[in-house]
Design a protein around this ligand. Structure first.
Ligand code: AMP
Length: 573
């Protein structure tokens, strides 16, 4: 559908609005807090802390404590069970979001409301406007690997689904995508099918049907695009066959998908032939996205944090197409937009939108074990790391999101944040401290040893094995091909040496931590883990491989244990 000029987004107006907000971020923050507290000051939660109508930052900080999701859980449960008094918000909450929960093992409930929806659209429009200045697009479509998860009713009758599902199913999302000339190439039946594998197949098929209209290839998290094209490698002949015959292959069983696709498919041997020739002409699938969708201007999705390990594969599939990293937020609420789209994904930053919430930052200094007092948005310093605290319009007050960010600079007076990692330590046995980032760097170093044999680490996770004395780190790898025992042993030693944290190296030397173990998994193990989370209600769109599997995460641990094919112990120390 062509978008009429008057319905198009006006990027200049959006940018001007953002410039104005960011020029006076300190004042906007105070006003935002005032508005949140005026709307919600009478709620049970805020009344409890004795604000007595005060709406200034100092009173707020001195009265209301810093909390985690655990502290909010009883309140959210009551809302989910249908209590309709003003518990967390003045206006009733009618929808609950499930966070992906891949870091904690089970999805968490968080409130979702119209304001969060508006924030989402504001973030999308802001980053799109900056992006469109550098990489303008015309009328066309986006091949979006997006998936709605199962939506259900809570005990109290509230609608519940993942945050992305709540967003995708809102009519305003579609209007905004149309205004940004990036309507999804797939129909709703494909986005919202509960069978994710079949849905992915149909997304690919829709993209191929509209091959010359696709201008953007995207997913919420970069993992989604890599996963899609790994699947394409396996299924491309079936897809070509469907296009030749104008009929969906019999493996796709879901009736709604079959009906929706039958409306789009008609026999097109010419197109099928072209796709087939393109695929056969590629070397190891390098540049497949650019080849199949030649009018694509860029690849788009969250590429930072736990998505960095997928960047190499994504660049491989992308060929010369630029990779543009998407914005920063969580089911709990949005934080910042990528207003510097030209920065490579590794350096992507997020400018905080000062009107979508009230933000505080706990300084994290390595030399101090005492937790420091949080400071305001405009008081942060360039080069320093902070834990981010969120207060928003959906009933979260001084909420510890659990993320560590670094201030890279300022856009006018609002900070530009780089995502560093989740705050909770991933791997620790005694005095050792290793974060998600440390694990990622160790895996990168060890995986580079496999390059010579053209083998890749498809995905990885880790854990602590305390059944041995002393306990030791376990790294799980799924790899793309065969590697010799000698080489994998070398990788195992490299992993052990690459955790450079002094506590770890010291403990290894004094044998208070045992030799690191590398366990190689059967092909498809991480797919099983994804399926497990989807069964729990997570959406493929929001899936992030858990980088550490704790002992309480029985099912995932069981999947890992059942799929180990080989293991190696390090002799690096
Ligand atoms: P979810 O639980 O699915 O709502 O995921 C939210 C979490 O995803 C955040 O707290 C971050 O840890 C991570 N996340 C979201 N956006 C980004 C980003 N742009 N870069 C890195 N990590 C992100």
């Amino acid at each position: 559908m062509l978008v009429k000029m008057e319905d198009r987004l006006d990027p200049d107006a959006v940018i001007e609005e953002f410039e104005e907000l960011s020029r006076d971020a300190g004042r906007v923050q105070k006003e935002t807090l005032k508005k949140i507290l005026e709307e919600n000051g009478e709620t049970e939660y805020l009344s409890k802390w004795g604000l007595n109508g005060k709406t200034d930052p100092d009173s707020f900080k001195s009265c209301v404590p810093l909390v985690t999701h655990e502290d909010f859980e009883p309140y959210i449960q009551r809302i989910a069970h249908g209590e309709n008094s003003a518990i967390l918000t003045g206006k009733p909450i009618t929808t609950i979001s499930l966070s992906s929960g891949t870091s904690q093992g089970k999805p968490k409930f968080v409130p979702f409301n119209d304001e969060l929806m508006e924030n989402t659209l504001q973030i999308y429009k802001t980053s799109f406007s900056f992006r469109n200045k550098e990489y303008p697009i015309g009328n066309g479509k986006a091949l979006q690997f997006i998936y709605g998860s199962r939506q259900f009713k809570t005990k109290g009758g509230l609608a519940a689904g993942t945050a992305t599902t709540n967003v995708f199913s809102d009519e305003k999302f579609k209007t905004t995508m149309r205004a940004m000339q990036t309507s999804c190439s797939s129909p709703d039946e494909v986005i919202f099918s509960t069978n994710c594998e079949e849905s992915l197949y149909c997304h690919l098929l829709c993209g191929l049907i509209y091959w010359d209209q696709v201008q953007v290839v995207s997913s919420t998290f970069a993992h989604g695009i890599v996963h899609a094209f790994r699947t394409f490698e396996e299924k491309w002949k079936d897809l070509v066959n469907d296009i030749t015959r104008g009929e969906l292959c019999s493996q796709i069983k879901t009736p709604s998908l079959r009906t929706a696709m039958s409306k789009m498919l008609k026999p097109d041997p010419g197109l099928a032939n072209m796709i087939s020739n393109k695929c056969l002409g590629l070397s190891n699938w390098y540049g497949v996205i650019q080849e199949l969708f030649p009018n694509t201007k860029y690849i788009y999705g969250i590429m930072t944090g736990s998505m960095e390990p997928y960047l190499k594969k994504l660049s491989h599939y992308a060929g010369d197409l630029p990779l543009l990293s998407a914005d920063y937020g969580a089911s709990e609420g949005w934080i910042g937009a990528n207003v510097n789209p030209k920065l490579p994904p590794e350096f992507a930053t997020f400018a905080v939108l000062p009107n979508i919430g009230y933000f505080e930052f706990i300084p994290l200094k390595e030399d101090s074990n005492v937790e420091r007092q949080p400071i305001g948005l405009t008081e942060v310093n360039v080069g320093e790391e902070y834990e981010i605290i969120v207060t928003n319009f959906a009933g979260l007050y001084r909420y510890r999101l659990g993320d560590v960010v670094k201030v890279k600079g300022f856009h006018n007076s609002t900070p530009e944040l780089q995502f560093i990692c989740r705050r909770n330590l991933l791997l620790t046995i005694n005095i050792d401290k290793n974060t998600e980032k440390d694990l990622q760097l160790a895996v990168e170093a060890a995986a580079s040893l496999l390059e010579g044999e053209k083998v890749e680490v498809v995905d990885f996770t880790s854990g602590i094995d305390s059944s041995t004395e002393p306990a030791h780190y376990v790294i799980y790898w799924e790899i793309s091909g065969e590697a010799s025992n000698e080489l994998l042993k070398e990788c195992c030693n490299c992993l052990d040496r690459s955790f450079v944290d002094a506590g770890y190296a010291g403990s290894r030397k004094s044998s208070t931590i045992g030799a690191l173990e590398l366990r190689i998994l059967k092909k498809g193990t991480f797919h099983k883990i994804l399926d497990h989370f989807v069964e729990l209600g997570a959406a493929v769109s929001q899936f992030k491989t858990p980088r550490c599997v704790g002992t309480k995460n029985h099912t995932v641990l069981q999947i890992l244990r059942n799929n180990v094919v080989k293991n190696y112990f390090s002799s690096a120390f």
